[in-house]
Design a protein around this ligand. Structure first.
Ligand code: ADP
Ligand code: MG
Length: 358
Protein backbone atom coordinates (compact mmCIF):
# COMPACT_ATOMS: atom_id res chain seq x y z
CA UNK A 1 0.00 0.00 0.00
CA UNK A 2 2.75 2.35 1.00
CA UNK A 3 4.35 1.80 -2.35
CA UNK A 4 1.29 2.97 -4.25
CA UNK A 5 0.76 5.95 -1.98
CA UNK A 6 4.31 7.09 -2.62
CA UNK A 7 3.85 6.54 -6.35
CA UNK A 8 0.65 8.56 -6.35
CA UNK A 9 2.35 11.36 -4.49
CA UNK A 10 5.19 11.34 -6.97
CA UNK A 11 2.71 11.54 -9.83
CA UNK A 12 0.96 14.47 -8.17
CA UNK A 13 4.17 16.32 -7.72
CA UNK A 14 5.20 15.59 -11.26
CA UNK A 15 1.87 16.98 -12.47
CA UNK A 16 2.84 20.28 -10.92
CA UNK A 17 -0.10 20.65 -8.56
CA UNK A 18 1.88 23.17 -6.61
CA UNK A 19 0.07 25.78 -8.72
CA UNK A 20 -3.17 25.04 -6.82
CA UNK A 21 -1.73 26.28 -3.59
CA UNK A 22 0.08 23.05 -2.69
CA UNK A 23 3.46 23.38 -1.20
CA UNK A 24 6.09 23.01 -3.90
CA UNK A 25 8.18 19.87 -3.60
CA UNK A 26 11.25 19.43 -5.69
CA UNK A 27 10.48 16.51 -8.02
CA UNK A 28 14.00 15.27 -7.39
CA UNK A 29 12.92 14.52 -3.83
CA UNK A 30 10.20 12.09 -4.93
CA UNK A 31 11.23 8.71 -3.66
CA UNK A 32 10.25 5.18 -4.57
CA UNK A 33 11.47 1.98 -2.98
CA UNK A 34 10.67 -1.59 -3.95
CA UNK A 35 11.88 -4.94 -2.72
CA UNK A 36 12.48 -7.77 -5.15
CA UNK A 37 13.48 -11.38 -4.49
CA UNK A 38 15.65 -12.55 -7.38
CA UNK A 39 18.98 -14.23 -8.07
CA UNK A 40 18.77 -16.00 -4.71
CA UNK A 41 18.83 -12.77 -2.75
CA UNK A 42 16.79 -9.84 -1.48
CA UNK A 43 17.13 -6.73 -3.62
CA UNK A 44 16.06 -3.20 -2.73
CA UNK A 45 15.79 -0.47 -5.33
CA UNK A 46 15.39 3.01 -3.84
CA UNK A 47 15.34 5.73 -6.44
CA UNK A 48 14.59 9.45 -6.46
CA UNK A 49 13.32 11.80 -9.11
CA UNK A 50 10.31 12.18 -11.35
CA UNK A 51 10.73 8.80 -12.96
CA UNK A 52 11.63 6.87 -9.83
CA UNK A 53 8.66 4.49 -9.99
CA UNK A 54 9.30 3.78 -13.64
CA UNK A 55 13.02 3.19 -13.03
CA UNK A 56 12.33 0.80 -10.14
CA UNK A 57 9.99 -1.39 -12.15
CA UNK A 58 12.25 -1.34 -15.19
CA UNK A 59 15.08 -2.43 -12.92
CA UNK A 60 12.96 -5.26 -11.53
CA UNK A 61 12.11 -6.44 -15.05
CA UNK A 62 15.75 -6.25 -16.04
CA UNK A 63 16.95 -8.29 -13.08
CA UNK A 64 14.32 -10.96 -13.80
CA UNK A 65 15.32 -11.02 -17.46
CA UNK A 66 18.96 -11.55 -16.46
CA UNK A 67 18.02 -14.25 -14.01
CA UNK A 68 16.25 -16.25 -16.70
CA UNK A 69 19.17 -15.73 -19.06
CA UNK A 70 21.97 -16.60 -16.64
CA UNK A 71 20.54 -18.99 -14.05
CA UNK A 72 22.17 -22.36 -13.84
CA UNK A 73 19.14 -23.98 -12.23
CA UNK A 74 16.71 -22.80 -14.92
CA UNK A 75 16.99 -25.41 -17.67
CA UNK A 76 15.76 -22.90 -20.27
CA UNK A 77 18.50 -20.33 -19.62
CA UNK A 78 21.26 -19.70 -22.13
CA UNK A 79 23.77 -20.78 -19.49
CA UNK A 80 21.96 -24.12 -19.09
CA UNK A 81 21.78 -24.56 -22.85
CA UNK A 82 25.55 -24.13 -23.00
CA UNK A 83 26.10 -26.44 -20.03
CA UNK A 84 23.91 -29.09 -21.67
CA UNK A 85 25.34 -28.79 -25.19
CA UNK A 86 27.71 -31.72 -24.63
CA UNK A 87 30.71 -29.83 -25.89
CA UNK A 88 29.07 -28.54 -29.04
CA UNK A 89 29.31 -24.87 -29.93
CA UNK A 90 26.08 -22.89 -29.61
CA UNK A 91 25.10 -19.31 -30.21
CA UNK A 92 24.83 -17.59 -26.83
CA UNK A 93 24.06 -14.11 -28.14
CA UNK A 94 26.04 -10.92 -27.88
CA UNK A 95 25.17 -10.21 -24.27
CA UNK A 96 26.16 -13.57 -22.77
CA UNK A 97 29.17 -13.61 -25.11
CA UNK A 98 30.29 -10.29 -23.63
CA UNK A 99 29.83 -11.58 -20.11
CA UNK A 100 31.82 -14.75 -20.85
CA UNK A 101 34.60 -12.57 -22.27
CA UNK A 102 34.61 -10.47 -19.09
CA UNK A 103 34.67 -13.63 -16.96
CA UNK A 104 37.66 -14.91 -18.90
CA UNK A 105 39.48 -11.61 -18.45
CA UNK A 106 39.00 -11.68 -14.65
CA UNK A 107 39.98 -15.31 -14.49
CA UNK A 108 43.27 -14.64 -16.29
CA UNK A 109 43.91 -11.44 -14.33
CA UNK A 110 43.43 -13.18 -10.95
CA UNK A 111 45.51 -16.24 -11.72
CA UNK A 112 42.42 -18.40 -11.76
CA UNK A 113 41.07 -17.34 -8.34
CA UNK A 114 37.91 -16.26 -10.16
CA UNK A 115 36.74 -19.02 -12.45
CA UNK A 116 33.22 -19.63 -13.78
CA UNK A 117 34.11 -23.23 -14.69
CA UNK A 118 34.17 -24.02 -10.97
CA UNK A 119 30.47 -24.95 -11.37
CA UNK A 120 30.72 -28.77 -11.03
CA UNK A 121 32.76 -28.32 -7.86
CA UNK A 122 30.17 -25.94 -6.39
CA UNK A 123 27.57 -28.62 -7.18
CA UNK A 124 29.67 -31.39 -5.65
CA UNK A 125 29.49 -29.48 -2.36
CA UNK A 126 25.72 -29.36 -2.84
CA UNK A 127 25.41 -25.59 -3.15
CA UNK A 128 23.40 -25.78 -6.35
CA UNK A 129 20.76 -28.17 -5.07
CA UNK A 130 21.12 -27.17 -1.41
CA UNK A 131 21.88 -30.77 -0.44
CA UNK A 132 25.21 -30.08 1.13
CA UNK A 133 27.88 -32.75 1.54
CA UNK A 134 31.66 -33.02 1.71
CA UNK A 135 32.96 -34.58 -1.52
CA UNK A 136 35.95 -36.93 -1.50
CA UNK A 137 39.36 -35.73 -2.67
CA UNK A 138 39.14 -38.23 -5.52
CA UNK A 139 35.86 -36.75 -6.71
CA UNK A 140 37.25 -33.21 -6.45
CA UNK A 141 40.40 -34.12 -8.38
CA UNK A 142 38.30 -35.55 -11.18
CA UNK A 143 36.16 -32.42 -11.36
CA UNK A 144 39.11 -30.02 -11.16
CA UNK A 145 40.56 -31.51 -14.35
CA UNK A 146 37.72 -29.76 -16.18
CA UNK A 147 38.14 -26.40 -14.42
CA UNK A 148 40.00 -23.55 -16.09
CA UNK A 149 39.35 -20.76 -18.58
CA UNK A 150 40.91 -22.87 -21.35
CA UNK A 151 37.80 -25.07 -21.22
CA UNK A 152 35.61 -22.26 -22.57
CA UNK A 153 35.95 -21.43 -26.25
CA UNK A 154 34.47 -18.13 -27.28
CA UNK A 155 34.07 -16.81 -30.78
CA UNK A 156 32.02 -13.61 -30.76
CA UNK A 157 28.43 -14.80 -30.04
CA UNK A 158 29.23 -18.50 -30.10
CA UNK A 159 30.60 -20.53 -27.20
CA UNK A 160 31.59 -24.11 -26.53
CA UNK A 161 32.71 -25.95 -23.41
CA UNK A 162 35.03 -28.92 -23.11
CA UNK A 163 32.72 -31.96 -22.63
CA UNK A 164 32.12 -32.24 -18.89
CA UNK A 165 32.89 -28.59 -18.15
CA UNK A 166 30.06 -26.49 -16.71
CA UNK A 167 29.87 -22.79 -16.02
CA UNK A 168 28.29 -20.85 -13.17
CA UNK A 169 27.95 -17.06 -13.41
CA UNK A 170 26.85 -16.72 -9.76
CA UNK A 171 30.07 -14.88 -8.91
CA UNK A 172 29.46 -12.15 -11.46
CA UNK A 173 25.73 -12.03 -12.33
CA UNK A 174 24.63 -9.59 -9.63
CA UNK A 175 27.49 -7.26 -10.47
CA UNK A 176 26.46 -7.30 -14.10
CA UNK A 177 22.85 -6.70 -13.04
CA UNK A 178 24.05 -3.62 -11.14
CA UNK A 179 25.73 -2.32 -14.31
CA UNK A 180 22.44 -2.81 -16.16
CA UNK A 181 20.47 -1.02 -13.43
CA UNK A 182 22.96 1.87 -13.56
CA UNK A 183 22.15 2.20 -17.25
CA UNK A 184 18.43 2.36 -16.44
CA UNK A 185 19.06 5.06 -13.82
CA UNK A 186 21.07 7.06 -16.31
CA UNK A 187 18.50 6.73 -19.10
CA UNK A 188 15.72 7.87 -16.78
CA UNK A 189 17.62 10.84 -15.38
CA UNK A 190 17.51 9.46 -11.87
CA UNK A 191 19.50 11.94 -9.79
CA UNK A 192 20.11 9.71 -6.79
CA UNK A 193 19.46 6.13 -5.75
CA UNK A 194 20.67 3.24 -3.68
CA UNK A 195 20.52 -0.13 -5.35
CA UNK A 196 21.14 -3.16 -3.19
CA UNK A 197 21.41 -6.56 -4.83
CA UNK A 198 22.35 -8.70 -1.85
CA UNK A 199 26.00 -7.92 -1.20
CA UNK A 200 26.23 -5.72 -4.32
CA UNK A 201 25.46 -2.06 -3.64
CA UNK A 202 25.34 0.87 -6.03
CA UNK A 203 25.38 4.32 -4.40
CA UNK A 204 24.13 6.59 -7.20
CA UNK A 205 24.54 10.33 -6.75
CA UNK A 206 24.37 11.58 -3.17
CA UNK A 207 21.71 11.88 -0.48
CA UNK A 208 19.01 14.55 -0.80
CA UNK A 209 20.82 16.66 1.80
CA UNK A 210 23.99 16.56 -0.29
CA UNK A 211 25.91 14.19 1.99
CA UNK A 212 27.19 10.77 0.83
CA UNK A 213 25.19 7.57 1.12
CA UNK A 214 26.17 5.34 4.02
CA UNK A 215 26.81 1.72 3.20
CA UNK A 216 27.36 -0.66 6.10
CA UNK A 217 29.83 -3.51 5.88
CA UNK A 218 28.28 -6.47 7.65
CA UNK A 219 30.26 -7.90 10.54
CA UNK A 220 30.94 -11.48 9.35
CA UNK A 221 31.21 -12.66 12.95
CA UNK A 222 27.66 -11.48 13.66
CA UNK A 223 26.09 -12.23 10.31
CA UNK A 224 22.72 -12.98 11.93
CA UNK A 225 22.51 -9.43 13.29
CA UNK A 226 21.53 -6.96 10.60
CA UNK A 227 22.78 -4.04 12.71
CA UNK A 228 26.27 -5.43 13.38
CA UNK A 229 28.83 -3.70 11.21
CA UNK A 230 32.57 -4.05 10.75
CA UNK A 231 32.50 -0.49 9.44
CA UNK A 232 30.63 2.05 7.36
CA UNK A 233 31.44 3.51 3.97
CA UNK A 234 30.38 7.00 2.91
CA UNK A 235 29.93 6.73 -0.83
CA UNK A 236 28.78 8.82 -3.78
CA UNK A 237 28.68 7.36 -7.26
CA UNK A 238 30.32 4.12 -6.31
CA UNK A 239 29.84 0.39 -6.36
CA UNK A 240 30.59 -1.57 -3.19
CA UNK A 241 30.51 -5.35 -3.45
CA UNK A 242 31.07 -7.72 -0.56
CA UNK A 243 31.91 -11.42 -0.75
CA UNK A 244 32.13 -13.54 2.36
CA UNK A 245 31.81 -17.05 3.58
CA UNK A 246 29.14 -16.16 6.13
CA UNK A 247 26.04 -15.96 3.91
CA UNK A 248 25.87 -19.44 2.45
CA UNK A 249 27.51 -22.28 4.32
CA UNK A 250 26.87 -25.59 6.07
CA UNK A 251 28.43 -27.45 8.94
CA UNK A 252 29.68 -31.02 8.93
CA UNK A 253 31.89 -32.84 11.45
CA UNK A 254 32.37 -29.64 13.42
CA UNK A 255 33.69 -27.73 10.40
CA UNK A 256 32.12 -24.95 8.39
CA UNK A 257 32.08 -25.08 4.61
CA UNK A 258 31.00 -22.05 2.58
CA UNK A 259 30.14 -21.43 -1.07
CA UNK A 260 33.22 -19.63 -2.42
CA UNK A 261 35.53 -22.30 -3.77
CA UNK A 262 39.27 -22.02 -4.27
CA UNK A 263 39.78 -23.42 -7.79
CA UNK A 264 43.32 -24.45 -6.78
CA UNK A 265 42.06 -26.94 -4.19
CA UNK A 266 38.36 -27.53 -4.87
CA UNK A 267 37.72 -26.67 -1.22
CA UNK A 268 35.94 -23.61 0.19
CA UNK A 269 38.50 -20.79 0.24
CA UNK A 270 40.36 -20.80 3.54
CA UNK A 271 42.59 -17.78 3.18
CA UNK A 272 42.21 -16.11 6.57
CA UNK A 273 39.59 -13.60 5.38
CA UNK A 274 35.98 -13.49 6.48
CA UNK A 275 34.92 -10.86 3.97
CA UNK A 276 36.21 -8.73 1.12
CA UNK A 277 34.55 -5.50 0.00
CA UNK A 278 35.61 -4.05 -3.34
CA UNK A 279 34.78 -0.36 -3.88
CA UNK A 280 35.13 1.49 -7.19
CA UNK A 281 33.86 4.70 -8.76
CA UNK A 282 30.74 4.65 -10.88
CA UNK A 283 31.38 7.34 -13.46
CA UNK A 284 28.02 8.24 -15.08
CA UNK A 285 29.70 8.99 -18.40
CA UNK A 286 31.07 5.48 -18.60
CA UNK A 287 27.82 3.69 -17.80
CA UNK A 288 26.75 2.07 -21.06
CA UNK A 289 24.86 -1.07 -20.05
CA UNK A 290 27.72 -3.40 -20.87
CA UNK A 291 29.73 -5.34 -18.26
CA UNK A 292 31.47 -2.51 -16.42
CA UNK A 293 32.65 -1.48 -12.98
CA UNK A 294 29.84 -3.34 -11.16
CA UNK A 295 30.82 -6.57 -12.91
CA UNK A 296 34.48 -5.96 -12.10
CA UNK A 297 33.76 -5.40 -8.40
CA UNK A 298 31.74 -8.62 -8.21
CA UNK A 299 34.37 -10.74 -9.94
CA UNK A 300 37.17 -9.23 -7.86
CA UNK A 301 35.37 -9.56 -4.52
CA UNK A 302 35.04 -13.30 -5.13
CA UNK A 303 38.62 -13.64 -6.41
CA UNK A 304 40.29 -11.62 -3.66
CA UNK A 305 38.38 -13.55 -1.01
CA UNK A 306 39.98 -16.68 -2.46
CA UNK A 307 43.44 -15.06 -2.64
CA UNK A 308 43.67 -13.90 0.97
CA UNK A 309 45.04 -10.70 2.47
CA UNK A 310 48.59 -10.68 1.15
CA UNK A 311 47.82 -11.59 -2.45
CA UNK A 312 44.74 -9.38 -2.49
CA UNK A 313 46.81 -6.35 -1.40
CA UNK A 314 49.52 -7.18 -3.95
CA UNK A 315 46.83 -7.34 -6.61
CA UNK A 316 45.45 -3.98 -5.47
CA UNK A 317 48.93 -2.45 -5.51
CA UNK A 318 49.58 -3.78 -9.02
CA UNK A 319 47.12 -1.17 -10.25
CA UNK A 320 45.75 -3.39 -13.02
CA UNK A 321 42.26 -2.30 -11.98
CA UNK A 322 41.16 0.86 -10.21
CA UNK A 323 39.45 -0.04 -6.93
CA UNK A 324 39.81 0.02 -3.15
CA UNK A 325 39.35 -2.63 -0.51
CA UNK A 326 38.03 -3.34 2.94
CA UNK A 327 39.25 -6.73 4.16
CA UNK A 328 37.94 -8.35 7.34
CA UNK A 329 40.26 -11.01 8.70
CA UNK A 330 39.64 -14.10 10.79
CA UNK A 331 41.99 -12.75 13.45
CA UNK A 332 39.87 -9.68 14.10
CA UNK A 333 41.38 -6.99 11.90
CA UNK A 334 39.82 -4.66 9.35
CA UNK A 335 42.26 -3.60 6.64
CA UNK A 336 41.34 -0.56 4.52
CA UNK A 337 43.29 0.58 1.47
CA UNK A 338 44.27 4.24 1.57
CA UNK A 339 42.14 5.33 -1.40
CA UNK A 340 38.98 5.04 0.72
CA UNK A 341 40.43 5.61 4.20
CA UNK A 342 38.64 8.99 4.38
CA UNK A 343 35.34 7.44 3.35
CA UNK A 344 35.57 4.67 5.92
CA UNK A 345 34.19 4.85 9.46
CA UNK A 346 35.23 2.24 12.00
CA UNK A 347 32.56 0.63 14.14
CA UNK A 348 33.50 1.36 17.76
CA UNK A 349 31.58 -1.48 19.35
CA UNK A 350 32.66 -4.16 16.87
CA UNK A 351 35.85 -5.18 18.68
CA UNK A 352 37.93 -5.13 15.50
CA UNK A 353 41.27 -3.40 15.20
CA UNK A 354 41.65 -1.13 12.19
CA UNK A 355 44.55 -0.46 9.86
CA UNK A 356 45.02 1.57 6.70
CA UNK A 357 47.45 0.23 4.11
CA UNK A 358 49.10 1.83 1.10
P1 ADP B 1 27.40 -14.09 -3.58
O1 ADP B 1 26.86 -14.58 -4.87
O2 ADP B 1 27.09 -14.93 -2.42
O3 ADP B 1 27.11 -12.64 -3.34
P2 ADP B 1 30.01 -14.12 -4.80
O4 ADP B 1 29.84 -12.99 -5.72
O5 ADP B 1 31.33 -14.17 -4.11
O6 ADP B 1 28.97 -14.17 -3.64
O7 ADP B 1 29.80 -15.42 -5.66
C1 ADP B 1 29.75 -16.70 -5.11
C2 ADP B 1 29.14 -17.61 -6.12
O8 ADP B 1 29.98 -17.72 -7.26
C3 ADP B 1 28.98 -19.03 -5.61
O9 ADP B 1 27.68 -19.24 -5.11
C4 ADP B 1 29.25 -19.87 -6.84
O10 ADP B 1 28.08 -19.96 -7.61
C5 ADP B 1 30.24 -19.07 -7.61
N1 ADP B 1 31.65 -19.31 -7.24
C6 ADP B 1 32.17 -19.96 -6.15
N2 ADP B 1 33.50 -19.92 -6.16
C7 ADP B 1 33.87 -19.22 -7.27
C8 ADP B 1 35.13 -18.85 -7.84
N3 ADP B 1 36.29 -19.17 -7.27
N4 ADP B 1 35.10 -18.16 -9.01
C9 ADP B 1 33.94 -17.82 -9.61
N5 ADP B 1 32.73 -18.13 -9.12
C10 ADP B 1 32.69 -18.83 -7.96
MG1 MG C 1 31.36 -11.99 -6.81
Amino acid sequence: MKRFAAAALAALMAAGLSGCGWQTVDPDEARESIQVIAMDTVMIFTTYGEKSTHADYLSEDEVRRLESLLSRTDSESVVSQLNNAGGLGISVGEEVGGLLAAAEEYSLATGGAFDITIAPVVSAWGFTEEENRVPSQEELDGLLALVGPEHVTLDADAAALTPGTQIDLGGIAKGYASDRVAEILKENNIPRATISLGGNVLAWGDRPDGTPWRVGIQDPQNADRADAYAGMLKLENAFAVTSGGYQRFFEADGRTYHHIIDPATGYPADSGLTSVTVVADCDWDEVDGRPGVGTMCDALSTALFVMGEEKALDFWRSGVYDFDLVLVTEDGRVVVTDGIANEFEASEESGYSYEVVS
